[in-house]
Design a protein around this ligand. Sequence first.
Ligand code: ADP
Ligand code: MG
Length: 356
Amino acid sequence: MLQPILQLSEIEKAFPGVKALDKASLNVYPGKVMALLGENGAGKSTLMKVLTGIYSKDSGELRYKDQDVSFKGPRDSQQAGISIIHQELNLIPELTIAENIFLGREKTNAFGRILWSQMYAEADRLLARLNVKHSAKTPLGELSLGEQQMVEIAKALSFESKVIIMDEPTDALTDTETESLFSVINELREQGCGIVYISHRLKEIFEICDDITVLRDGKFIGQRTVAETDEDTLIEMMVGRKLDEQYPRIDAVHGKTSLEVKNLSGPGVDDVSFTLDQGEILGISGLMGAGRTELMKIIYGALKRQSGEVILNGKTINPDSLKKVLPMALLTFLRIAKEMVWFWAYQLKRTCRFAH
Ligand SMILES: Nc1ncnc2c1ncn2[C@@H]1O[C@H](COP(=O)(O)OP(=O)(O)O)[C@@H](O)[C@H]1O
Ligand SMILES: [Mg+2]
């Protein structure tokens, strides 16, 4: 039986008023990808921050390579061979890609002079491995969010770690970038690296992971192999309820139309129409670059409207007056609606499944 390279046992961690971890456990095996699953707030990121020494634990055990360990901070855990790619980016837009990758550990010669060409060459090799089509000399700020995330991943690879933690790595990635990431994960697995993969996208879990650990309310709920489990079981473990109650059918009560958008065109948006009723949550779906953000900005007046009409509570709004009259609440609502798209599409998929 394969022995874990890393074992977190019964970790407890409380923040003022919140018990973030309540005997949470996790095993990481060499050459395997362990999914860490749980609802928002289940404690996944906190557990990884306790592991890498960003937070100190209240109690519990950490064993790495058959020894009890406790890391003082990310630098300490990194030196021991454990890297983390955080959910939130930790990069500096004004620096180049290579400077970001080697920040704080620049390669120098015996006289302390930075070996720029060596650093750029190594960074270029890492970028090529991840299929990122930019020179390592490019300022980070010129990259898309997804590409910046790939730089964060390149940085983790540069440590040649034995354990790599990826906290929701694909959230900002396009499908092609995700594919490149997956092929690198497969490479790392073949090299014997242990990977912790945090994601709420079950499809990805089944595609790339070997084993799954589920947390709920900071507690360890169970560990399964991907082969012995299915989506419904995992969701039940995550939410702690039977699946048929997970999305109780609620018929929305639509009120009057509050916003009507007719044939709206502008930068990145061509002839879009929809109506939004009071009491309705409207999902706006599309791939990155499909024009979702631009649509919202044109409605709000932050981008120039070329043609079309926007009617708010029965009153036609002309482009110049939009910023003044459109209430902040509506803008916030539209933002939330956009952010909810993925969740909503997933829910719709499940509802459709229940229907037949
Ligand atoms: N620095 C912090 N201070 C206070 N509460 C926190 C902090 N970090 C996380 N929490 C809380 O701990 C719980 C677990 O959070 P987190 O580990 O981020 O969950 P997940 O990554 O699974 O979504 C949540 O209730 C969250 O609000
Ligand atoms: Mg998290």
